[in-house]
Design a protein around this ligand. Structure first.
Ligand SMILES: Nc1nc2c(ncn2[C@@H]2O[C@H](COP(=O)(O)OP(=O)(O)OP(=O)(O)O)[C@@H](O)[C@H]2O)c(=O)[nH]1
Ligand SMILES: [Mg+2]
Length: 240
């Protein structure tokens, strides 16, 4: 299986090199994933760090898309997915750059993909969890997943999570160019579109850790978008 990991970054200079080393150390000789970093012209020089590492340490194993300006998480992922499809990858994983998503779980997720269409790295299934978050973040995240699950009637417990693995046929089919969400809702919308089209997913437990360094991009706007967008998705239903 040719596996691509897409990592969107905005101001992750303090995390990205260590994360790339960790992925290579843990998975370089087994899953041997290719990594695509999609950076939005981070003022802290994230893209230059990745480009240097690519040339000096990991030629042929890491690629970068350095975009001209901050265009949002969803558009970074969609561009990364398209790149992966165009480059003939069989499976594409999403992963944050801040160490919240430990690459150690990827082999189990990849094994699970053999019998499913997509795999959700899940905090809210037996064996999963969250470390280091304050109470309000826990409530927003857990509550957001419960809220979306109830309104969209989805069989998945961690809907807002961004550590997922997709078979290429799912990403080819779900209409990436019609995705309308940006923040948390992007992760909900991907899963909703996949289930709407009859694809089957499985949740693999992960323990999510608070970001290692750098600043959160979480905002009230992102939370409010999730509150109303879930209704938008439900009303759009099969027309999505
Ligand atoms: N390319 C790109 N990446 C982004 C953008 N916004 C966030 N990211 C990256 O997307 C990933 C998830 O964003 P986070 O800020 O970690 O969001 P979060 O996990 O909900 O919140 P915190 O961990 O508290 O910051 C990280 O790797 C970010 O650097 C963006 O506009 N463009
Ligand atoms: Mg994060």
């Amino acid at each position: 299986m040719r596996l691509l990991i897409v990592i969107p970054t905005f101001n992750e200079a303090q995390n990205i090199a260590d994360l790339l080393h960790r992925i290579q150390r843990l998975l370089g000789n087994t899953l041997a994933p290719h990594i695509l970093v999609v950076d939005d012209n981070s003022p802290d020089g994230t893209c230059d760090i990745v480009t240097d590492l690519t040339h000096d340490r990991y030629p042929g194993r890491i690629s970068t898309l350095c975009r001209p300006a901050k265009m949002g998480l969803a558009s970074a992922y969609v561009e990364g997915f398209r790149w992966g499809l165009a480059h003939e990858f069989d499976a594409i994983a999403e992963m944050d750059a801040d160490f919240s998503h430990d690459p150690i779980y990827l082999p189990r997720m990849a094994a699970a993909l053999k019998s499913r269409d997509f795999v959700v790295g899940s905090r809210y299934t037996s064996g999963g969890g969250v470390k280091g978050w304050r109470m309000w973040r826990r409530i927003v995240s857990r509550g957001g997943s419960l809220y979306a699950r109830a309104i969209l009637n989805l069989p998945i417990h961690d809907l807002t999570g961004g550590y997922n693995l997709w078979s290429r046929h799912v990403l080819e089919t779900i209409g990436l160019d019609r995705i309308c969400s940006d923040g948390y809702t992007f992760q909900i919308e991907l899963k909703y579109r996949a289930v709407q089209r009859g694809f089957h997913g499985i949740e693999i437990p992960i323990v999510f850790e608070d970001r290692f360094a750098g600043h959160s991009k979480m905002s009230r706007r992102i939370v409010w978008e999730a509150v109303w967008r879930v209704w938008h998705l439900r009303l759009a239903g099969r027309r999505l």
